[in-house]
Design a protein around this ligand. Structure first.
Ligand code: MRU
Length: 354
């Protein structure tokens, strides 16, 4: 029986407050946190209470409003300066997902416009809240559109493998990589989804497996090192992942482990798709080499599974993301259509540039 997707919402503006679903506690506990200061918003992004590129952007947008809503600035010029300062602060919370900077730029541009139009500080604040809500609403539409394009590449009954969580929890709704899974489910198709557990933070196990199972989608959890075996078994006809940033040449930053998966997909002749909203495409970053890759604390690996699983003082390398070179990417699926190589040319065209 096809189901309509009614997901958990990771970011909410509720009764005049910013409320986040604490993703660090899922799937054991469904806990919400109300954030009233910009420092709390910064911490929630850095500590992964909210994560996933679009959800980080949406949260940061609300964070700007939270930061200035009680400001006593008497002029719109003074309030604009505060907005710039708070946006710069929030921009230091995580480095890789470009959606963070994209959303903060939109908020700053809104404040600039309000000031140029001669709005009062109170009117500027209202415009900032409206802009954050617009960013969230648009993301839902964008994800649905990505899902519709992606579905044209899928067939009923096929096996699809995904990595990390580019799901509803990482976005306003539907997810990016998971959007075609939800849409397929709505129309009664039976996809067989394989979710990589995604060490070290286990977004695949804790979040993707959880949200797809909740929606009634056929999902099988595998450890990251089982992907080659599953592909070798002939169970996977497409790999689809999300992204934190696509460089101008089509190189793709995403959760650590994505690059290996892309190489495996090529070795098995399986298409490797990247679901990317335009807000994740960064024409200002020429290639993957310039994408800043976040390195996180050793404890995520040493104590990541809830107990100590390695010597306490072991040397650890813990990059949170890797970059998949564009030659492994079969297509980038956006809300405006499906883009294939040559990426430099075709991504520019997507933004109306020659
Ligand atoms: O460290 P995370 O959990 O924020 O990493 C998330 C990912 O890598 C996602 O695949 C990416 O942000 C796309 S979410 C639609």
């Amino acid at each position: 029986m096809p189901k309509t997707y009614e997901p958990l919402q990771s970011v909410k503006w509720e009764n005049g407050e910013l409320v986040l679903l604490d993703q660090t506690k899922l799937p054991e506990t469904t806990d919400y946190m109300t954030l009233t200061t910009v420092k709390q918003v910064w911490d929630a992004i850095e500590r992964l209470n909210v994560r996933g590129a679009p959800a980080i952007g949406i949260t940061a947008a609300y964070g700007v409003y939270v930061a200035v809503r009680k400001s006593e600035a008497e002029t719109s010029e003074a309030l604009l300066e505060e907005v710039k300062k708070q946006a710069a602060y929030l921009a230091t919370s995580r480095p890789t997902a470009v959606n963070l900077f994209w959303a903060l730029d939109r908020m700053t541009a809104t404040a600039r416009r309000a000031q140029a139009e001669g709005q009062t500080p109170e009117q500027m604040k209202e415009m900032l809240l409206t802009e954050a809500q617009r960013i969230q609403k648009e993301d839902e539409e964008v994800c649905r559109s990505i899902g519709e394009y992606a579905l044209t590449l899928f067939e009923d009954g096929m096996g699809v493998l995904t990595h990390c969580n580019a799901g509803g929890l990482a976005t306003a709704k539907y997810g990016t990589a998971t959007a075609p899974m939800y849409l397929a489910h709505e129309k009664g198709w039976r996809l067989k989804v394989f979710a990589d557990e995604t060490r070290p933070v286990l977004q695949g196990a804790r979040l993707t497996a959880y949200e797809l199972q909740q929606a009634g989608i056929d999902v099988t959890l595998i450890c990251d090192n089982m992907a080659a075996k599953v592909m070798g078994n002939g169970w996977v006809q497409a790999v689809i992942v999300g992204t934190d940033r696509v460089a101008a040449n089509g190189d793709v930053a995403n959760k650590i482990g994505t690059y290996g998966l892309a190489v495996l997909a090529k070795a098995h002749n399986i298409p490797f798709y990247v679901a990317a909203p335009l807000s994740s495409i960064d024409l200002g970053t020429p290639t993957g080499e310039q994408i800043p890759i976040e390195e996180r604390e050793a404890d995520e690996i040493i104590r990541g599974l809830g107990r100590q699983v390695a010597p306490a003082d072991i040397k650890v390398y813990n990059p949170a993301f890797d970059v998949t070179p564009n030659e492994y990417v079969t297509a980038v699926i956006t809300e405006k259509g499906i883009v294939r190589a040559p990426y430099t040319e075709n991504l520019r065209r997507l933004f109306g540039q020659k």
